[in-house]
Design a protein around this ligand. Sequence first.
Ligand SMILES: [Zn+2]
Length: 512
Amino acid sequence: MDSNYTVLARKYRSQDFKSLIGQDVLVKTLTTAINTGRIAHAYIFTGIRGTGKTSTARILAKALNCLSTDGPTASPCGECENCRAIAAGQHIDVLEIDAASHTGVDNMRDILDASQYRPTNGRYKVYIIDEVHMLSTSAFNALLKTLEEPPAHVIFILATTEIRKVPVTILSRCQRFDLVRVPVETLKQHFAWIAEQEKIELSDAANELLARAADGSVRDGLSLLDQAIAQTGGHVDEQAVLDMLKRADRGVVVNFMETLLSGNTAAALAKADEIYTNGADLAMLLNDMMEWTHWATRMHPAIHAGEVNNSPYTADQREQIKKIDSNVTLNTLSRIWQVMVAAVPEMQASGNQKQCFDMLIVRLMHIADMPSVTEILKNQSANKSILKPVPQPLQHSTEPVKIKIENANDLANALQESKEILLYSYYTSNIEVVEIKEHEIKYFDRRGDADFAHKLASWLNDKTGATWTLKRLEESQHTHTITEQKKEEIEADPMVASAMDLFADAEIVGIK
Ligand SMILES: [Zn+2]
């Protein structure tokens, strides 16, 4: 590579509004304003790094000062003296100030004092203040004074990545433009075009990886591309980019998640070893696992999230994810998500990422394996094993099974098993059963629904083949409802206690 190699981000910096990548709304608003002569005295551009804030500022400065027309133009020529000087950052009337190194009030006062003089070669004096949120309070105050009564020939263009740190008093005097994250597709098109100009090979899969890793920033994407070109001598393929990003292939991640959710801890740990040995960065892997979980949740049959074709997976991988999905609940996905989110700072803080990651795997397996609180409650109320859901006995529709009801719990279970949801929920939350014997129930109804006795009696008669009498007491005997009983039992259960520990703010809000 020759010694005057210009980095791609600089070489392909946008020089006019037309070539600004992915900022259509901003371009349209700004060009319309310039074409109709509505020029503001102060602009503020905000957005993540590398989306084109300073490029836009320079294009705007050219638009204001281009000599090809009599006044400001939305399509600066790029060739006149002013356009060329501004593009090179050398125009006498266009000052680029990096707020990070001019934070003090004295600096700002000097700069602002000079703004009183008329421009030398241009129509406007343009002050581009980059990372403006870094200014000190007193510097902001000095700037505010000028913004309140700006000289007619002065335009301020402020740029920041952190708009919330800019005082409202400043913001209220600026026209604000938000530069958006550039979409993956737009980045890909741009990178493919540059590859063509540079006569390098860039495979579609490699391009996709770069565009996703850029996370909406043209500049970040281009410096990754620079790096990939340097490492491969101009033959950029998927494997090269994966190696460079220290990333496992998405297919590897999908397979890994399949193993993890299958509940085989030893296999999952062995797979983690293998991925690690192949050079993947484990923090990046965790990131990919979170990405997987997000998309698996969106693809889950219980959600019907619609369009998932913009997920980063191939059609085959999507099929595989759907298959995995059919064996896990949304609840499991959301719990492993929570644990992974919590592990992000842990991984960063830990001196030994591999150890930290292994422990994370074990924790995730434990969670994927563990029944949810709801499942525990279900199993408990059916009076069955906590760990394994037991298949419900089949009901034969030809010959109804006559059931026995001898206490308050029997009644709750029977109602639940026959899916009498309304009766069940009313019964478990409002009814204090005082006594059940020989087809007679003595109870107190906290809500006093007259219909309840009628409905329950007819259901009982039907189910048991006997005739039931329901005696409603006028006063509470202070016995617990089924829900209250269950809640107490469950809170005392060590399994639930450990589940509650995992989610600090959890409380049992309902029993289903
Ligand atoms: Zn020009």
